[in-house]
Design a binder for this molecule. Sequence first.
Ligand code: SF4
Ligand code: SF4
Length: 79
Amino acid sequence: MAYVIAEPCIGTKDASCVEVCPIDCISTSDDAPQYYINADQCIDCAACEMACPVTAIAHEDSLKPEWKKYIAINTDFFR
Ligand code: SF4
Ligand code: SF4
């Protein structure tokens, strides 16, 4: 189980979450549209969820139905 970054990050991408993650498991690249959480490393601390200014982050069990696809989108970035 892990936290997931969803659609609102696209166009914002301000890295507030990166600054608060205690294990540095949130990444992106210059050409990627958003940031992503590494589900293999996330310890479910919720620090990133509270830091995001656009409410893009949620636990995978609490994601809106239309954002469930972001579970795979986050995971695929680290493959
Ligand atoms: S829940 Fe915690 S460990 Fe997981 S990505 Fe967010 S800040 Fe990092
Ligand atoms: S804090 Fe929110 S908007 Fe900013 S990079 Fe992280 S997920 Fe994206």
